[in-house]
Design a protein around this ligand. Structure first.
Ligand code: NAP
Length: 283
């Protein structure tokens, strides 16, 4: 039996519609919703990501500003710009596109963003809020995965969940979010001795590694839900995930494709984080 496809494009579109409604509701009260995006340097991939984020904002009525700062911008100048954005009441979310040039300490920059405007959810204060079950901003990718699981009707309470990858932006927050919903969570990583032994027990697998074909059909329990966060370029140049999609699809009950899965959801959740911040600011 072929797994149900969890369509990230369709779900992201419905989330954008909902954000648009909420933005208009605030506008009716005379309030604008603002996201400030800061890009330092001229990394082409970052430029594309930033352009897409700004475009998404415009589509839903969020006022988005883009600061394009030269690669030689000093850390002090960047911190000064962040301080201005922190103080600007028209800005509800601030996003500094990573990676930053090597001479800038990205930790220091992230910690300079007001936790109340930290649209990416990377500030230690927001990580702490997530750990203690009072999340304010959730990192966009794992937040999007949670929406996909909800949409797929996954029963998380008591489920066995395996997250492959332990990065600060995906794996760790993903595990915390699943834990908060009552799942029994195992986090696997490059030092895990027998990855398949863990994944074969899982009702839910989230693969966030960056390695083509890491999750094969024999590693998946029949009926499991498989979420593929990975974004890789195949030998043919095409975008693909960490999961052997064609084979795993025949074993799983639901699966996300790459492209058209987690990627569009990550973009949509940035808009959700921004409108949530604007609604909090509006009281
Ligand atoms: P990352 O920081 O490089 O982390 C990768 C993780 O995978 C690490 O924890 C690493 O373990 C683990 N790992 C490496 N090889 C492994 C193996 N053979 N078995 C098990 N675990 C292994 O990457 P990331 O930023 O979390 O991103 C992961 C993937 O998701 C990438 O492909 C990235 O492009 C993609 N991504 C997609 C989106 C989206 O919107 N779709 C968003 C963010 C990221 P160690 O910690 O032991 O090194």
């Amino acid at each position: 039996m072929s797994a149900k496809l969890i369509d990230g494009n369709a779900l992201a579109a419905s989330i954008r519609n909902d954000v648009g409604r909420r933005v208009r509701r605030l506008a009716d009260l005379g309030l604008t919703t603002g996201l400030a995006v800061v890009l330092v340097g001229d990394d082409p991939a970052s430029a594309v990501y930033v352009r897409n984020k700004v475009k998404d904002c415009h589509e839903v009525g969020i006022v988005s500003t883009l600061d394009r700062l030269p690669a030689q911008t000093t850390e002090a100048a960047l911190l000064a710009r962040i301080a201005q954005l922190n103080a600007d009441p028209a800005v509800h979310g601030i996003l500094v596109q990573l990676p930053l040039p090597r001479h800038i300490d990205s930790h220091r920059v992230i910690e300079a963003i007001s936790p109340a405007k930290d649209a990416d959810g990377f500030h230690v204060s927001n990580v702490g809020m997530l750990v203690t079950g009072q999340a304010l901003f959730r990192p966009c990718t794992p937040y999007g995965v949670m929406k996909m699981l909800e949409h797929a009707g996954a029963h998380l309470d008591g489920a066995e969940a395996v997250v492959i990858g332990r990065s600060n932006i995906v794996g760790k927050p993903q595990a915390l979010m699943l834990l908060a919903e009552g799942a029994t969570v195992t986090i696997c990583h490059s030092r895990t001795r027998d990855l398949a032994a863990h994944t074969r027990r899982a009702d839910i697998i989230v693969a966030a590694v960056g390695r083509i074909g890491l999750v094969t059909a024999d590693m998946v329990k029949p009926g499991a839900i498989v979420i593929d966060v990975g974004m890789n370029r195949g030998a043919d140049g095409k975008l693909c995930g960490d999961v052997d999609f064609a084979a795993v699809r025949e074993v799983a009950s639901a699966i996300t494709p790459v492209p058209g899965g987690v990627g569009p959801m990550t973009r949509a959740m940035l808009l959700v984080n921004t409108i949530e911040a604007a609604e909090r600011a509006a009281g």
